[in-house]
Design a protein around this ligand. Structure first.
Ligand code: GLC
Length: 408
């Protein structure tokens, strides 16, 4: 864990803010301005490289009712897991501050008692990045279906004869990111969302089996075996170095693709992820992030003031233009549509806002267990360690057990 201090050392309120490395920079820059203007000191914890790393850290500190930090960066799947430890923000906020955000995200942050446990920072969804230059060179349009993606990848890899070039990179390591990827494949074949909104376990179905068989067959063909160890970070590094034709990633990684030192700058396009066959649908997992305040904070009013500042219109405009974090404030999409380098956010508004949600609301506090069982099973299938039918039978039984204990 990395600890960073900003602001005056004495006679100030310390506001402790935790985030993960990928997201810290954008939000810290603005938090530093706030701390400076208000004479507070900002203490920033950078925990791990991925959102996943934060959850264990939060659970450890919050269950001990630790006063060691005030502000938490929370993933869309965590309100049910952490909500009991978070401040209800409603009494501190005007209705316009809340209502400017996309309503389903606010609903996701609202618990059964009507408490609002976070303020949205940005939204995101899975998308397909493709090498426009290479597709153009061989006369291909971006793929509409997974079968088209497979075909294009095979043809270009073969014709380019570049030993470093692979077809398709995605997040195949055993962690939350694999849950997001696999949910997209399954949803694209209309195979459900593992557990449906009523709490029923739906994963063991023919469309899900078909989607998983497709992805298993990518390993060692259009996707290298190393993809089974990849998170967003490795995926982006390889794609930005010019080593892949297609990449599944979140929109926030567009800034890396377009960075001055990117080998593929100006040569990449983005489209919704392919459909699972002609009868399938384009699907992108939702990945919005919010800021919350710990109930055990000794500086709740200041912390709330800071998260309002970090999530307001000006802030979200800056995150969208300086980085590529998509706003949750609806009015900003019209503003971004007029900025040529960011008009793509407006074009993807529906994908970004109406993607497929992981079954976190219905499973509540049990979600991390559900997701871990799911991604561990998917990883074993992709690695060729288990047959799909047997693996899904076991997964279904395991999820029933979790269901029984958690009683969602
Ligand atoms: C991104 C998403 C988040 C998701 C994570 C998985 O950070 O914003 O929702 O859980 O990726 O790796």
């Amino acid at each position: 864990m990395l600890l960073l201090l900003f602001g005056p050392p004495l006679s100030a309120t310390d506001i402790r803010f935790s985030c993960s490395l990928w997201g810290c920079q954008a939000f810290q820059e603005r938090a530093k301005i706030w701390a400076h203007e208000h004479g507070h000191r900002l203490i920033s914890y950078e925990v791990g490289r991925m959102a996943d790393n934060l959850l264990g850290f939060y659970r450890q500190f919050l269950s001990a009712q630790s006063q060691d930090f005030d502000i938490l960066l929370i993933d869309t799947i965590w309100p049910g897991v952490l909500g009991q430890h978070l401040v209800d923000l409603r009494p501190y906020l005007s209705s316009s501050t809340i209502e400017q955000h996309f309503k389903p995200i606010i609903d996701n942050l609202t618990d059964e008692s009507g408490h609002l446990v976070g303020l949205p920072l940005f939204t995101d969804a899975g998308l397909l990045y493709y090498r426009k230059d290479l597709l153009d060179k061989y006369g291909f349009a971006p793929p509409e279906t997974w079968a088209e993606l497979e075909h294009i990848a095979r043809v270009i890899v073969e014709r380019e004869a570049d030993p470093q070039l692979v077809g398709f990179l995605w997040q195949g390591s055993g962690y939350e990111g694999l849950t997001c990827n696999a949910l997209e494949w399954i949803d694209s074949y209309r195979g459900g969302t593992i557990i449906d909104a009523t709490g029923e376990i739906t994963i063991n179905n023919p469309q899900a089996r078909r989607a998983l068989a497709m992805a298993r067959d990518w390993i060692g063909t259009i996707s290298p075996r190393t993809v089974l160890t990849y998170s967003e970070i490795e995926t982006t590094q390889d794609f930005v170095a010019g080593h892949a034709i297609f990449m599944r990633n979140w929109m926030e990684y567009w800034k890396d693709v377009e960075a001055p030192d990117s080998a593929v700058k100006g040569r990449v396009g983005m489209v919704p992820l392919p459909k699972g066959g002609a009868d399938g649908k384009h699907s992108g997992t939702l990945g919005d992030m919010s800021l919350a305040v710990s109930r055990y904070s000794e500086h709740i009013p200041e912390a709330v003031q800071l998260i309002v500042y970090l999530t307001d219109q000006q802030a979200q405009h800056q995150y969208a233009t300086d980085y590529s974090f998509s706003p949750t404030i609806m009015d900003l999409y019209a503003v971004l549509s007029a900025i040529p380098e960011r008009s793509f956010m407006f074009a993807f508004k529906d994908v970004l806002l109406n993607g497929v949600a992981r079954p976190a609301t219905v499973t509540g506090i049990a979600y991390p267990k559900v997701s871990k069982k799911f991604y561990t099973t998917v990883h074993a299938i992709l690695s060729g360690e288990v047959a799909i039918d047997a693996a899904l039978n076991t997964l279904e039984a395991d999820l029933r057990l979790i269901h029984h204990r958690a009683n969602w």
